[in-house]
Design a protein. Structure first.
Length: 401
């Protein structure tokens, strides 16, 4: 019986660009920037890489189709390269491919890299028209991402009988927490702390989500080189091993969108993927064992409901955990210790690996004292792509031995 990839793959090196309005850099420039840091961190030569995965979602806007742009840009020596996209889980999909290749014995050393250029596209947000194919018109005319995700708040309020004012207080705390963390991070796009009062007073985008409850778009790239634990230990004998404990995914089947058994107060895919991820990683009590998290905070309400979907907060208990500081940088399980999508923005093809980079740096204790979390044994990365009623969720759990 299959047992998964727990402890079969180690992260040898990682790199991440500064995220933001990178007008001066092409997608290829960003890939080179992330790859250069990653290769230096891994301490290997380019010729040692045997296989690569390129993650980019809107490639037609900045560097075209296929995997060829990665081979040309990084001058990789005739190795197999695959290009993948899976909405906001694109970078995690690249990581999954590289890890599966190593775990399966297909290669010893593999590269995963994610990149996206959004600021040059001419859109105020993501170019979402037609993303679900020819059936888009059946799913709702003129929908918007803020409008659809905002409905999670009303669904949650109805399910648990909680006043919208309290939900607004909680999501304001979430955004303020992330902005405080991002202000400390030199690679973040937005680096200004914002108060909860400012957040609640900001212009409304889609009730109850205000301006500061929504993440922006940006440009960026991130990369990881993975190998077997034995090879990693031989190359880095004095450094702790950062191992992949689990990678799992769940994709909507249409049941949320077309039937009435979904309450609209959370993500079915997150619940399914997290249950499988915990089993693969050998985690019995995520609230007690997970030490830090990077979750998909495209909107502050997404982070709010995700705490319960992940089994960290009890059903109906996210409000108390958020307001008590449980997920703050100095809390029991810091969430978005680097500022999250809220402060980095969301270059779709890069975000999953950027999240991993944040936890990787924490696991190796390579962040300044003011950014350190207390428990760095296990970290969780959560990506969510699509809409609440039709989405793909990817989870990865990493740990230090």
């Amino acid at each position: 019986m299959a047992k998964g990839i727990r402890d079969k793959v180690a992260i040898l090196g990682m790199g991440c660009t500064r995220f933001g309005e990178r007008w001066e850099s092409s997608a290829e420039d960003l890939m080179v920037e992330a790859f250069h840091e990653c290769l230096q961190d891994a301490g290997i030569e380019k010729k040692d890489i045997e296989l690569a995965y390129l993650g980019t979602c809107y490639s037609g806007m900045h560097m075209g189709k296929s995997s060829i742009p990665l081979g040309l840009t990084l001058k990789l020596p005739y190795i197999p390269i695959s290009r993948v996209e899976n909405f906001c889980g694109t970078a995690s999909e690249a990581l999954k491919g590289a890890c599966y290749a190593v775990a399966a014995g297909v290669c010893d050393i593999a590269l995963a890299i994610g990149v996206e250029k959004h600021k040059d596209a001419g859109y105020g947000g993501l170019p979402v028209a037609g993303i679900f194919g020819y059936m888009d018109f059946l799913r709702g005319a003129n929908y918007s991402a803020p409008g659809l995700f905002a409905q999670l708040a009303t669904g949650y309020a109805a399910k648990y009988g909680i006043e919208m004012a309290r939900i607004k207080d909680a999501i304001a705390h979430i955004s303020a927490k992330s902005h405080a963390n991002g202000a400390l991070n030199p690679k973040a796009h937005l680096r200004t702390a914002v108060t909860e009062e400012q957040i609640k007073a900001a212009p409304m985008i889609a009730y109850p989500l205000g301006l500061f409850d929504c993440c922006g778009v940006s440009d960026g790239a991130a990369a990881a080189i993975v190998t077997t634990p034995a090879i990693a230990k031989s190359l880095k004998p004095s450094r702790p091993l950062v191992k992949i404990k689990s990678i799992q995914a769940a994709v909507s089947s249409g049941e949320e969108a077309w039937y009435n058994n979904w309450d609209g107060a959370g993500f079915v895919t997150t619940r399914k993927a997290s249950a499988r991820a915990y089993e693969e990683a050998g985690i019995r009590s995520p609230r007690e064992e997970i030490g830090m998290m990077e979750v998909h905070d495209c909107f502050s309400i997404t982070e709010f409901v995700t705490m319960e979907d992940l089994g960290i907060s009890p059903a109906g208990g996210a409000y108390e955990d958020v307001m008590s500081g449980f997920f703050d940088l100095n809390g029991s399980i810091p969430c978005q210790p680097d500022g999250g999508l809220k402060c980095f923005g969301h270059p779709v093809g890069a975000s999953g690996l950027r999240m991993l980079y944040a936890l990787y740096e924490q696991l190796l204790e390579r962040v300044p004292e003011e950014r350190k979390v207390g428990n760095t044994r296990l970290g969780l990365i959560h990506n969510l792509g699509g809409m609440p009623h039709a989405n793909v969720c990817t989870l990865a759990i990493v740990g230090r031995d």
